[in-house]
Structure formats: structure tokens, C-alpha cells
Design a binder for this molecule. Structure first.
Ligand code: UDP
Ligand code: MG
Length: 338
């Protein structure tokens, strides 16, 4: 995290005294930008927050980049990070998180669909002791058939699989404690699964209803195909949640099961041949035995490889397999704290 950000303090009396970074990913949103920056700054200043706005330009081609650069030069509360090309919303958000200096980070979309006026509510909720507060677009202003229904199904599925029950996983408007974000690595399009990834890291998570507006300018950057990508990502998150530190239990178990079944059927066929003198060369069961045994062996090998990869992942990055929330007390038998 950076420490030299241009934080703007608008005097005392705030709900939170934490420094706040508002992170916005931007891809071709030139018309929304001026309204957005003003709206965010107005809310932050009205509430006397110590804040900065971190805009990440994700390879825009509509003049957003030049406008952002101009605004960032004029204002003392705005930093613009310009990516080399269009990477997608998740990398754009990750770039913002990584370069945010605040103790609390807020994320929201650039298209004015999220309302900065909800930021104080997120922060008030966070003050109750949460690490992540997620927005719930209770009265969502998007197309019913292409957006609302697929999203409803996705939300149900995600809740079931990830065991983090929120109404709305797709809402970008969220507040995070920065130490939580430091523990979360984002890949692909996993920004939608930040609550699930956060819960894997042991975060305390809450959800509050937020406003939602129809898109005024420009177009949505996504189509219906997103639904399928979300489902595939869900599988990944499910696997990480369940088996990240013990891949052998996923693959090895199935592998052993298949090999045992193969062995039993193989023994059965052999006994037919040996004791009863039957011919087994043309039996489909023999093919099944071979498949079960080979596939089982391969799965078993997958499990072992997975274990090696997992160890490399944790050890090379110095990532412990647990997260400590707090430590209380010191031992009187030691002169110094460890
Ligand atoms: N976005 C981005 N890179 C992309 C696609 C989108 O930074 O490749 C940004 C976009 O500018 C917006 C946010 O991500 O601020 C959400 O995009 P959009 O509004 O199109 O998604 P929707 O609201 O339709 O789900
Ligand atoms: Mg949008």
C-alpha cells in the first residue's frame, strides 16, 4: 500500500477517523466521470472524512484518460492510475486496491449506477466491527430478463456454494478494511467473489441495502455470456474454499475409490478366468477395469501434484495457512515480547 497519497481532511467530527480510499475502475466512462468525482467528493467532504479518490483507467479509448489526467492535476483529492491496456474490471480494481493508502477502502462503479451517498452508511455499519460491508441493490435498475433473473439465480447458487449468504454479490459498492484486502489475491473476474474470498480469510461480513440507478451514459461492458463465466468462477471458488490446503483430499480420494473399484472388478474377472476357465478378453468389464485403474492412478497423481503446488504457493509467498485476528496478553516469564 502507498503511504504518500494526497489525503484530504475536512476537519474533525466524523463517524470514522480512519483514512478512506475510494477506488473506481473506469473503462470508457468519459461522460459520467465529472459527475462521479463531484458526487464522491461532495459526500466525503460533507461528512468530514479524511479521504482520497483512486481512479483506475482500464485502457479507455473515449477520452476518459485525458480527462482523468486533467482532473487529477487540478484536484488535490484525486489520483489517477492509468493501465497500459484494457485488462478488465477485476485487474482494474486490484490495481486500485494495491495503490490505495487508506485504512478503509470503498469500491464503486464509475457509471453512477452506485450512489456515493451510501458511503456513510457502509462506514457506519463497518464501525460495528465488520471487515467487509457489501451493498445490496434492493431496488435494482437493470434489465429484468438479461440481468435481474440471471443474477438472482447466480446469487442463490453462490450463497449455497460459498456459504456466505448475501442477497447481492454483484454489487460493486462495498467497504473493506485494507488489511483484509492485503490478504486477498484477485485473478480472472473474481472481484464478484470478494465476499467469499474474504470469508475464506476469516473476515466478518455484513450487507446493507443501497440505492441503485439506471445507467445514464455509455453502455454496460458485459453481455449475457457473463453468467456462464460466473458459474465457472464459482467452481474455482468452491474448490479453493474446500481444498486449497489439502488438494489430495479431493483428487486422492476419488483416485483411490476408482482404483479400489478397478482392483475388485479386476480380481473378479481374474477369478473367473483362473478358477472357471472362462474367457474374459472380450468382456466390456475388462475395459472398465482398465479405465478405472488408469484414471484412478492419474487422479491420485493429480492430488500429489496439487499438494506440491499448494506447498509452493504458501511457502514461496510466505503466506501462512491461517490468519490471526488478535493476540491478547504477554507472558510474565519472558522479559520481551516475542
Ligand atoms: N470496467 C472496467 N474494465 C472493464 C469493464 C468494466 O474498468 O473491462 C468498469 C466500468 O467502467 C464500470 C465497472 O467496471 O465502472 C462496471 O462495469 P459495467 O457498469 O459495465 O457493469 P454492469 O454495471 O453492467 O454490471
Ligand atoms: Mg454498471
Amino acid at each position: 500500500m502507498l503511504s504518500t497519497a494526497p489525503f484530504v481532511n475536512n476537519s474533525a467530527s466524523s463517524v470514522t477517523t480512519d483514512t478512506i480510499s475510494v477506488v473506481v475502475p473506469i473503462y470508457n466512462e468519459v461522460e459520467s466521470l465529472p459527475h462521479l468525482i463531484t458526487a464522491i467528493a461532495d459526500v466525503m467532504q460533507a461528512n468530514n472524512y479524511i479521504y482520497e479518490i483512486v481512479c483506475v483507467d482500464d485502457g479507455s479509448r473515449d477520452g476518459s484518460t485525458a480527462l482523468l489526467q486533467k482532473l487529477a492535476e487540478e484536484r488535490d483529492d484525486l489520483r489517477a492510475i492509468v493501465l497500459r491496456r484494457n485488462y478488465g474490471q477485476t485487474p482494474a480494481m486490484a490495481a486500485g486496491f494495491e495503490n490505495a493508502a487508506g485504512e478503509v477502502v470503498i469500491s464503486l462503479d464509475a457509471d453512477l449506477q452506485n450512489d456515493p451517498a451510501d458511503i456513510p452508511n457502509l462506514l457506519i455499519k463497518m464501525d460495528e466491527g465488520y471487515d467487509l460491508v457489501s451493498g445490496w441493490r434492493k431496488d435494482r435498475q437493470d434489465n429484468k430478463w438479461t440481468r435481474l433473473i440471471p443474477s438472482k439465480i447466480a446469487n442463490l447458487l453462490i450463497g449455497r456454494v460459498t456459504k456466505v449468504t448475501l442477497h447481492d454479490y454483484g454489487c460493486s459498492l462495498k467497504a473493506y478494511r485494507s488489511e483484509l484486502l492485503a490478504d486477498i489475491n484477485l485473478y480472472g473476474e473474481l472481484h464478484r467473489f470478494i465476499p467469499a474470498l474474504a470469508s475464506i480469510e476469516g473476515a466478518r461480513i455484513a450487507e446493507i441495502p443501497v440505492r441503485h440507478h439506471a445507467r445514464q451514459f455509455g453502455n454496460s461492458k458485459y453481455g449475457l455470456d457473463r453468467t456462464f463465466r460466473v458459474l465457472l468462477d464459482l467452481l474455482t471458488v468452491w474448490f479453493i474454499r474446500k481444498f486449497l490446503t489439502r488438494p489430495m483430499h479431493a483428487f486422492g480420494y476419488l483416485g483411490l475409490l476408482m482404483m479400489s473399484l478397478g482392483t475388485m472388478l479386476g480380481l473378479y474377472l481374474s477369478s473367473l478366468k483362473v478358477f472357471l476357465g472362462q474367457s474374459i478378453g472380450d468382456r466390456p468389464l475388462l475395459v472398465l477395469v482398465a479405465i478405472l485403474f488408469l484414471a484412478g492412478l492419474q487422479l491420485f497423481g493429480f492430488g500429489l501434484l496439487g499438494e506440491l503446488l499448494m506447498r509452493t504457493y504458501h511457502e514461496s509467498q510466505g503466506r501462512p495457512i491461517y490468519r490471526i485476528r488478535s493476540i491478547f496478553g504477554t507472558s510474565k516469564y519472558f522479559k520481551q515480547d516475542p
